[in-house]
Ligand binder design. Structure first.
Ligand code: AHM
Length: 334
């Protein structure tokens, strides 16, 4: 029987990438494998969300003062669990946790990496069967190996990310991750329970026709954003349009679509929330890294997301991300 050599699993792919670096220890591959395992467990629960009692609120609020859904709690526990029990991660920061958690066992203290994640982004969409996702960001520690990780390991500029990625629980479940070398997408093949390479070397189209923003906030946004959105609405064939507005309210799905098809995603500051809604460390930084590696751009409207020096784990920022030329047109708007 012939072997289909075209199929490459996430593990095989990361190990193959590692072979190009003779000094690599395999820790990053291990970390990605751990994340893949948690993602598969979350995938199973997301898929039966309508059948069992995991819909609805868990009855608590997260540290952002938002309702925590039961699947959020489950996903958080899964990602935290695999990272704590693996050998590659010295500590985590999560949207669902008030503060960072550093692992103080001997093996974790020797681990090179820390990981920040949003275990289930777009959770308000769970009850209505809309795509949701997990987002993660990996940094090399700046603190001394052998000791427990510190806050400084987490409060690094996004430019220092070693890897970043997301899992989208959609019509199929996909894991997409970036290192400086490229962005690759893996689709979960349920027949073998493995993420397999389906979208090698993803590039974000230079331009596109999709703009994604919550229009309900239009009159709350600064003038520059209003002008750009109006310009998007006024695009004609002659000026590269017409444009299409697409906004699911699940950032993983919105940015994933724009990454593949070309487009711009915006979550600006509003009068009520001048810093916007999205979190720098585990929502914007990872997507900024992925989209930049794929050839696009990401800013807070004034500066590059990846150059912002974070001061707190849960800080928010306005976020604009997408195809290079669309981002440049937005930047030029005044
Ligand atoms: P969540 O973690 O509570 O789901 O919030 C994050 C989500 C993003 O996925 C999405 O882009 C945004 O919130 C949508 O917010 P809004 O409903 O204000 O447009």
């Amino acid at each position: 029987m012939g072997i289909n050599r075209k199929i490459q699993t996430l593990d095989e792919f990361t190990i193959q990438q590692m072979r190009d670096f003779p000094n690599a220890t395999g820790e990053l591959s291990g970390l990605l494998r751990d994340i893949g395992l948690a993602a598969k467990r979350v995938h199973v629960e997301v898929n039966k969300a309508g059948l069992v009692d995991i819909l609805g609120d868990a009855g608590t609020m997260n540290v952002q003062g938002e309702e925590v859904k039961k699947l959020d709690v489950f996903a958080n526990n899964q990602f935290m669990g695999v990272l704590q029990h693996g050998i590659s991660c010295a500590g985590i920061g999560s949207e669902e946790l008030d503060d960072i958690v550093v692992f103080d066992d001997e093996i974790s203290a020797q681990s090179k990496y820390v990981c920040l994640f949003d275990p289930l982004d777009g959770s308000s969409n769970i009850d209505v069967n809309v795509s949701i996702g997990t987002i993660f960001s990996v940094f090399r520690r700046v603190s001394e190996l052998g000791k427990v990780a510190t806050k400084e390991d987490f409060l690094q500029q996004g430019i220092n990310q070693v890897a970043a990625g997301y899992i989208i629980y959609g019509s199929s479940t996909m894991l997409v991750y970036a290192t400086r070398r490229g962005v690759n997408g893996f689709t979960l093949d349920q027949s073998i329970g493995e993420f397999t390479l389906s979208h090698p070397d993803i590039k974000c189209p230079e331009t596109g026709k999709i703009y994604s923003i919550n229009h309900g906030n239009f009159f709350q946004c600064e003038e520059k954003v209003q002008k750009y959105v109006t310009a998007c609405q006024n695009k004609t064939k002659a000026t590269g349009g017409p444009y299409t507005q697409r906004y699911i309210g699940s950032m993983v799905a919105d940015v994933h679509r724009n990454l593949i098809k070309g487009g711009i995603f915006m979550y600006p500051g509003t009068l009520e929330k001048p810093k916007g809604k999205l979190r720098l460390l585990y929502e914007c930084n990872p997507f900024a890294f992925i989209v930049e590696v794929a050839g696009g751009k990401a800013t807070n409207g004034k500066e590059r997301i990846l150059e912002i020096q974070p001061t707190e784990i849960h800080q928010r920022t306005p976020f604009f991300v997408g195809s290079k030329l669309m981002m440049e047109e937005f930047e030029k708007t005044n």
